[in-house]
Each structure stands twice: as structure tokens, then as C-alpha cells.
Ligand binder design. Structure first.
Ligand SMILES: [Fe+2]
Length: 262
């Protein structure tokens, strides 16, 4: 499987990332298509059939491209986790937590990762690629739209337990805002400072995907059980620390007049 990372042309999806798995049998699987056009262009350019659509959660900026893709590929499997199909009516392959499905040459495992939405799934391939949707971002995590801090912390711990060399394909590129927010909170944290220094030198188009091991050390949201982080947000438990971090990040967004969907 060859992984492609694309950006959308529509300004409304500027932070979204489009991931396409290209299989050796001239087929491809797309993850969370916000828009169909970029997918269709890619398929035409590389002469590929559409093998499947993976859906992490129901938000429009992860699903709006599905109807048009199905018009052109009517038999295409639309794969998601239990609960998401209540919103995504086109879903026709519903996985339970830990179920494995094969797309092209790739096995994909569904991982229930509630928090951002109650029904949210990350997808882990047998080659160690993680599509984390809006649960885990580089130096950040998804906003709590539906779930509780407990749910999100459980999900982040589950993803954090994956090997360091897991390649994370997250739903949005909020890297720079997450870095600025985190540095304001912990300006002298060595791992965070080192990660941000490295990140600013990387071209924006190369910031995603990234290795989970890098984020385990520097992402404050993944470190909500780190005593230093708990002190910084004045909380006694990891769950409270995560809730405080997310609340502060939401307020920071408003203060910076940044409107984000996740
Ligand atoms: Fe979302």
C-alpha cells in the first residue's frame, strides 16, 4: 500500500487532510472525503478504481464527498464503526470495535475512540498507519463536541499505547496553532520546545503524517497524566487535566479569532 496525503482546494477545508491508500491492484481507499473532486482527480490521474471509503465520524467535513463518489462508484463499500451509520446513511459496512476489514492489499482495524463525537473510530492498518480522524492531532486532540473528558482520555490512552513508529494521519493540520498554544502554557518544557523547533523547519506540506513516538513526548494532551502538565493546568487527575487543556485550547481559539471545526 502506498499512502498519499492531499489537500483540498476548497478554502472551507483548508485544515482538513485527505488520505488515500493506493493498492497494488490499481485500486484505492479514501479516508473521510470532505469533497469528491480531489479524490476523483487522483483516481483518474493514476487510473485507479475506488476500493472503499473509510469514515471516522459523521461531521460534514469528513463525509460531504461520499454521495458524489457513490454516484460514480455505486458499489463502493462505505466502511465505518457502529453508531456512525445513524448519521452517515450511505454506510454499508459497519464494524464493531477491533473488527478487521480488508481493503485492497491492506487490513484495517477499527478502534473505538469516543470523545470528539460519541461514535468515533480510528483505523489502524496492518502496516502501522493510523487514521486518527478528529481524536488525535499533532500536538493536540479533537474538541469535545459530544463526548466527555473521560471518553477522550480513554481514547487517547488507547492510541498512545500503539508503537512509536505508528504513522499518524490525523484529520486536520492544526500543528502551528497547537504549538503556539502549548508553548504559551509550558514555554520551558524541553520536549515541547524541541518538537516545535523541529516543526517550524519542516515545510507545511510535510508536517503530516507524523510518527506517534514524537507526539508521545511533546503533545500536552497525550501527556495529561504527566505531573508537570498537571501542575501547569492546576489539576489533580489526568482526566481533569485533559478537560482543562481542552477548555483552555477552546478559549485560546476564540481569543485568537480562529474558527475551527475540530
Ligand atoms: Fe470532526
Amino acid at each position: 500500500m502506498k499512502l498519499q496525503t492531499l489537500q483540498y482546494r476548497d478554502e472551507a477545508f483548508a485544515s482538513n487532510r485527505l488520505y488515500i491508500m493506493q493498492h497494488p491492484d490499481f485500486s484505492a481507499t479514501v479516508v473521510d472525503p470532505a469533497s469528491a473532486d480531489e479524490v476523483l482527480d487522483f483516481l483518474a490521474e493514476h487510473d485507479l478504481n475506488l476500493a472503499g471509503i473509510l469514515v471516522t465520524h459523521h461531521h460534514a467535513d469528513h463525509t460531504e464527498g461520499i454521495p458524489k463518489l457513490l454516484e460514480l462508484y455505486p458499489g463502493c463499500p462505505v466502511i465505518t464503526g457502529k453508531g456512525v451509520e445513524r448519521y452517515v446513511k450511505q454506510a454499508n459496512h459497519i464494524l464493531n470495535d477491533n473488527d478487521v476489514i480488508t481493503v485492497g492489499d491492506t487490513e484495517v482495524r477499527a478502534m473505538a475512540t469516543s470523545g470528539h463525537t460519541v461514535a468515533h473510530y480510528a483505523f489502524l492498518t496492518n502496516s502501522g498507519v493510523l487514521f486518527s480522524g478528529d481524536c488525535l492531532f499533532r500536538l493536540g486532540c479533537g474538541r469535545l463536541f459530544e463526548g466527555s473528558p473521560d471518553m477522550l482520555w480513554t481514547s487517547l490512552l488507547r492510541l498512545r499505547a500503539l508503537p512509536d513508529n505508528t504513522l499518524v494521519c490525523c484529520g486536520h493540520d492544526y500543528v502551528i496553532d497547537n504549538a503556539r498554544f502549548s508553548l504559551q502554557l509550558m514555554p520551558e518544557d524541553p520536549a515541547l520546545v524541541a518538537a516545535v523547533q523541529e516543526l517550524v523547519e519542516i515545510a507545511p506540506e510535510n508536517r503530516l503524517p507524523y510518527l506517534l513516538g514524537d507526539d508521545k513526548r511533546s503533545n500536552l494532551f497525550l501527556r495529561a497524566d504527566d505531573p508537570e502538565v498537571m501542575i501547569a493546568v492546576r489539576c489533580q487527575s489526568s482526566r481533569d487535566a485533559l478537560a482543562a487543556l481542552r477548555r483552555m485550547r477552546d478559549n485560546w481559539n476564540r481569543a485568537e479569532r480562529i474558527v475551527g471545526a475540530a
